[in-house]
Design a binder for this molecule. Structure first.
Ligand SMILES: Nc1nc2c(ncn2[C@@H]2O[C@H](COP(=O)(O)OP(=O)(O)OP(=O)(O)O)[C@@H](O)[C@H]2O)c(=O)[nH]1
Ligand SMILES: [Mg+2]
Length: 284
């Protein structure tokens, strides 16, 4: 699995994943050398902008797109022999919104199951950023196998964060847990094929199945989800086994239309928190 952080916010999200021991190999891609210097990833690709006087895409998506096309060789090489490509970006700026569709196309062309995890901007950031983000998202939906789109605006609507850090932690956790589920469920490349072209996905987590279903990001109706992947986290022994069985019963009952339910019991996810159930619903 290759995890690629694109642009400033994408790089920040990826730093958080690395600090919490994400499985998979992480690469950071940006036009901004100063931001890239802050990245914890071992591999970094600086996309250069011919003719640009300053660092970064400066909010211009065309620059982001051109910069990615100018570095397409190194970008494609990221995905050599990758079974899953998880591309992470906070859309709205020039680099992420411009480069992500180019990088997604490269990942698809190299044969990886391509998953995009992205945020869209707050309303108060203005309509230009919003439009960049939505335009990029529109392109991405035609290019990738699976996408998770979390609106920063919705986080403030549905959840009462303590502060900005707490708010931004929501996508970090959602992306982390989504990656964790994919990593736990799929150990062979062939089994991944069923997820091709699945479409939109959400991640949910909580101390019970009900809590996880009420805490999905994005907040979307998932009754029609084609594929459900669920982890039962925690206790070893009989209690853990009973929880696992209950979780499966719950999902089977609540999602009778789902084509597939994959579930697994795991001891723990690396960072400590109060949750027992992690859910990835795909093809909603
Ligand atoms: N969740 C989260 N969102 C962020 C973060 N930083 C920025 N954003 C959001 O992402 C949008 C794009 O910002 P950046 O990621 O810095 O932009 P960029 O892709 O580097 O593009 P340019 O700097 O314009 O080349 C912003 O408008 C914010 O909505 C972050 O650390 N976490
Ligand atoms: Mg930037």
């Amino acid at each position: 699995m290759k995890i690629v952080g694109v642009g400033g916010g994408g790089g920040n999200a990826v730093n958080w994943l690395i600090r919490n021991s994400i499985p998979g190999e992480v690469v950071c891609v940006d036009t901004d050398a100063k931001d890239l210097a802050k990245r914890l990833a071992l591999k970094k690709i600086r996309m250069t902008l011919p003719g640009a006087a300053t660092d970064g895409g400066q909010g211009l998506t065309l620059w982001g797109e051109k910069a990615a096309l100018g570095s397409i060789g190194p970008i494609e090489r990221i995905f050599v022999e990758a079974d899953i490509a998880v591309l992470i970006s906070t859309l709205g700026g020039g680099t992420g919104s411009g480069a992500l569709p180019v990088i997604a196309k490269a990942a698809r062309n190299m044969g990886a199951l391509t998953v995009v995890m992205a945020t869209t901007p707050f309303q108060h950031e203005g309509s230009a950023r919003r439009e960049h983000a939505l335009k990029a998202m529109g392109k991405l939906k035609t290019l990738v196998d699976i996408w998770i789109e979390i609106s920063n605006e919705d986080i403030s609507k549905f959840y009462a964060p303590k502060d900005l850090g707490d708010l931004l932690a929501v996508p970090d956790r959602a992306f982390y847990l989504g990656i964790w589920v994919l990593n736990e469920m799929f150990s062979e490349r062939e089994s991944l094929e069923i997820l091709r072209g699945s479409g939109e996905a959400v991640v949910g987590w909580g101390s019970t199945v009900t809590a996880a279903l009420a805490n999905t990001w994005p907040r979307k109706d998932i009754r029609d989800a084609k594929t459900l992947m669920a982890l039962s986290v925690g206790e070893k022994g009989a209690k853990g086994h009973r929880n696992f069985k209950l979780m499966n019963q719950h999902f089977t009952r609540q999602f009778p239309q789902a084509e597939r339910l994959f579930s697994k019991r795991i001891a723990r996810v690396k960072f400590e928190e109060d949750y027992r159930v992690v859910l990835l619903a795909v093809g909603i």
